[in-house]
Design a protein around this ligand. Structure first.
Ligand SMILES: [Zn+2]
Length: 455
C-alpha cells in the first residue's frame, strides 16, 4: 500500500467562474497573487470541462469526478417534459445521483463549509450558504432573501450577517466580496477541514463584455485582491488551496434561434408569443442546446431539418456522440453553436439574429481551446513549481479526495497525483505561444508576502 500523503489541516477549494489559464500564465494580466501561486506551486495549461461546458454540470463534476449523465446535473436549468414553460435550476443537492465530496466528508467526520456553490441547497455541509436566486432579473432583495433562507445553521448565518453585512450585496462584485469575507470569518472561527467557495464576477463580465474587454481586467484585479485577502488568512505550511475555472469563454456576435425551425413545422404552439405546448423543442443553455421530442418517430425528420439549416452556424451532436460524452441521455441530439454564435430564445422570426456588441459565451464542446479552464494549487500535499500540460476537470474531485484521504470509488476521473509524479519541474515558465495580453506591461499590486513550503 502506498504511504499516505501529508494531510492538509484545511483544504480550501475556490471556483473562479470563467477562470482561463492565460489569466495566470501571462504576466500581463493583473493577477499578481494567482500568478505567484502558479509559479511557486502547481498550475495547468488547460483543464478540459465536461460537456456541456456550463457552470452547474461542471461544478457538480468538481464534487463527484463524474460526467453529467452520471451525476445528474445535466445543465444549469432543468428540462421538464411536463412543464417546460416554468424555468427551474438545479439548486438542490437532492438532484445528485451519485455521492459528492460533501457526502464523503460527512461520512468521515470532517467539518465542511460551502459558500455560493451551485446545487448545494440542502447539502450535508456544516456551514452552508448556497447559490440561490429568483430567476427574475432585477430583484436583488428577493435573491438575497432566498440565499439566506436556504443557508444553515441559523446561529452561524446570524454571525455571518453581523460580520459581513446584512444588506443584499451590491451586484456580482459585492457578492464575491461578501462570500470571501464569509470564508475568511468561517476559517478563523470554525476551522472547517474542507471549504468551497464560488466566485462569479469574472464569469459575468466575460458574458456581458466579451473575453478581452477592459471590464475583464477590472474583475481580475478585484478577484486577485480577494485571493490576496484569503492568502493572508491561511497558512500554506499547513493548509492547501486550489483555484479552478469551470470553463473558458468564446466571443460571439449572433444568436441561433433553433426553436424557430420547430415552430415553422408546427411542432411548437405559442399563446400570445409565449410557449404553450410542444412536440419538438430545443432546451438552450449558453452556446448549446439539447433537442427533445415527444414524438420519437419524427427524429429522422428533425435531424434532416437541423442539417439543412446548419450552414456553418452550428454542428449537430448525435445521440451516440452524446452517449460517448455522457451528456443529455434523453435528448435526440444536441446542437453546438459555431465560433461567433450563441443560442437564442426566439420562437418566431429569423433563425440567426445578430446582437449589438461582442459578448462572451461558453457551453460549447471544449475542442475549442478558448473553452479550457484554469487550475492552480499550492500548499500541503501539492508539488512545487510544476506545470500540468493538460488535465480533465473530472480529475479534480478524486484529487481533492486523495488529498483529504477520502476514498472515492465512484469517480470517473483519475487523481492528478499520477500526473504530478511524471511531469518534471520546470523553470522555463514563460512559454512561447501563450496568449499575449493586449494591455502591455505587467501591472502589479503590492503583493502580500507569503511563502510556499512543501508539505
Ligand atoms: Zn461558469
Amino acid at each position: 500500500m502506498a504511504p499516505l500523503r501529508p494531510l492538509p489541516k484545511r483544504l480550501i477549494f475556490i471556483s473562479i467562474d470563467g477562470l482561463r489559464p492565460e489569466f495566470y500564465l501571462d504576466s500581463r494580466y493583473p493577477t499578481p497573487h494567482l500568478q505567484r501561486l502558479a509559479r511557486q506551486g502547481l498550475a495547468a495549461r488547460r483543464s478540459t470541462p465536461i460537456y456541456p461546458s456550463v457552470t452547474y454540470p461542471n461544478h457538480a463534476s468538481y464534487l463527484t469526478g463524474t460526467y453529467s449523465a452520471r451525476h445528474g446535473i445535466l445543465s444549469n436549468s432543468i428540462f421538464s417534459w411536463e412543464d417546460c414553460k416554468r424555468e427551474r435550476w438545479y439548486f438542490d443537492h437532492s438532484h445528485f445521483k451519485c455521492p459528492t465530496l460533501w457526502d464523503l466528508a460527512r461520512e468521515a467526520g470532517l467539518k465542511t463549509c460551502s459558500l455560493r456553490w451551485p446545487t448545494s441547497a440542502g447539502a450535508p455541509v456544516d456551514y452552508l450558504v448556497p447559490e440561490s436566486f429568483s430567476l427574475t432579473p432585477g430583484r436583488p432583495q428577493l435573491d438575497w432573501m432566498l440565499t439566506i433562507q436556504a443557508s444553515h445553521p441559523a446561529p452561524y448565518i446570524e454571525s455571518l450577517l453581523r460580520q459581513c453585512g446584512r444588506e443584499a450585496p451590491d451586484g456580482h462584485s459585492g457578492y464575491d466580496q461578501w462570500m470571501t469575507d464569509a470564508l475568511i470569518f468561517t476559517l478563523q472561527k470554525h476551522q472547517p477541514d474542507l471549504s468551497f467557495l464560488h466566485l462569479i464576477q469574472l464569469d459575468h463580465v466575460q458574458h456581458s463584455a466579451g473575453r478581452e474587454a477592459p471590464e475583464v481586467d477590472q474583475a481580475l484585479r478585484q478577484t486577485d485582491n480577494r485571493i490576496g485577502e484569503l492568502l493572508e488568512a491561511i497558512d500554506l505550511k499547513t493548509d492547501c488551496v486550489i483555484f479552478a475555472g469551470d470553463h473558458g469563454f468564446s466571443d460571439f456576435t449572433a444568436r441561433v434561434n433553433l426553436n424557430t425551425l420547430f415552430h415553422e413545422q408546427g411542432w411548437i404552439t405559442l399563446k400570445e408569443g409565449k410557449l404553450e405546448d410542444w412536440e419538438v423543442i430545443a432546451h438552450n443553455s449558453c452556446g448549446q442546446a439539447a433537442v427533445y421530442t415527444k414524438r420519437p418517430w419524427l427524429t429522422g425528420q428533425i435531424l434532416e431539418i437541423l442539417e439543412a439549416h446548419s450552414h456553418g452556424v452550428y454542428q449537430i451532436l448525435s445521440a451516440p456522440k452524446l452517449s460517448g460524452l455522457e451528456a443529455f441521455p434523453e435528448a435526440i441530439c444536441a446542437v453546438d453553436a459555431a465560433e461567433g454564435f450563441s443560442m437564442g430564445d426566439g420562437f418566431t422570426g429569423e433563425l440567426v439574429t445578430s446582437i449589438d456588441q461582442t459578448r462572451g459565451e461558453h457551453g460549447y464542446l471544449a475542442q475549442n481551446q478558448n473553452l479550457q479552464g484554469g487550475f492552480v494549487a499550492a500548499g500541503v500535499g501539492i508539488p512545487l513549481k510544476k506545470i500540468i500540460d493538460s488535465m480533465e476537470l473530472i480529475d479534480i474531485a478524486p484529487t481533492l479526495a486523495e488529498l483529504m484521504h477520502l476514498p472515492m470509488p465512484t469517480a470517473q476521473g483519475k487523481s492528478l497525483f499520477k500526473a504530478w509524479e511524471i511531469s518534471g519541474t520546470t523553470d522555463t515558465w514563460a512559454q512561447p505561444g501563450l496568449t499575449q495580453h493586449p494591455d502591455g506591461p505587467e501591472t502589479r499590486d503590492p503583493a502580500h508576502p507569503y511563502t510556499l513550503h512543501n508539505g
